[in-house]
Design a protein around this ligand. Sequence first.
Ligand code: PLP
Length: 355
Amino acid sequence: MIYLDYQATTPLAPEAREAMLPWLGGPGSDGFGNPHSPHRMGRMAKAAVELAREQVAALLPAGGRVIFTGSACEAINLAMRGAPGSGPIAYSAIEHAAVRDTAQAMGDAYELPVDAAGLTDPGTPLPAGARLVAVMQVNNEIGTIQPNREWCRKAKENNALFLSDAVQALGKVAVDEADLIAVSAHKLYGPKGIGALWVRDGVELAPQITGGLQEGWRSGTLSPALCAGFGAAAKLVNEALDRDAEHVGTLWKHARTLFGGWELNGSAEARWHGNLNIRRDGLDVARLMSDCREVMFSAGSACASGSGRPSHVLKAIGLSDAEAKSSIRLGFGRYTTIAEIEQAAALINAAADAQ
Ligand code: PLP
């Protein structure tokens, strides 16, 4: 099988797996302690958690703290529902469902438009009295990189908090300033089931999960294994930032040539190049996916796939329903090879030509 769905999730880095093993802890081992217990085993587990916290924090701005959560979805819910104040929530039209659905469920939600390239404009007026502005740093469907430094400044000028969903950005591009930043381990070669919320010093949140408040504003026993895996993955990605980006850039150039007959969705430049979202007029994507079962790729975003609804991101950049439904997303990263891209392109192009 050829895996080209790196926006959905990434393979676990061997280094992250290695870091997790001691904390999976069977009977007789000393790696199963509760990190919130005061005894020696508990303190050992806590030390692993705190090392991981430092490793994740090293990828994020200074002047804040990292709160571990069970996922980025949870981190985003804590940020949005736990943030103080009242007034509208402004979010970009291309936000992940984690932000979009939460804003809509909370009410008084205001959508900020994007242009045809999939970019937001920080010159866009905010609704009066906005309390929170949420713009993702890198989009999960089309890979476009948003001007979040400017958005953060704009939010500040309007006395609003700024939330950055940096799930697809962490370990790929520099994460810009924000008040709240949500991240997830499994998008950067760490394990599934752990995310984090970075909270700027001075920002206070209301807990959304009560029952111990082990993480200050979040309750629940942390998994030292998942934390250790997240930390090791963060450390690795920090060291490999330039190497990963260069590798992905090479794959991107090659893939663009191989898929020359396809239209690109979203900006080619302001983009994480591990994302190739392309379309071909009249393409039946469901049939294509069934004809190319050896290649793991996505129709639109993994979350919307199978819903039958055209992607809200592709609609927001001005594509028709038919264009959105004839789009596919290929995602690649650290462990993807040129040979895999070539094989996948041959299979996908042949199947598309045969339609
Ligand atoms: N935000 C973005 C941009 C994502 O791509 C995802 C995952 O697909 C999430 C949030 C949710 O992350 P998690 O799986 O950790 O809940």
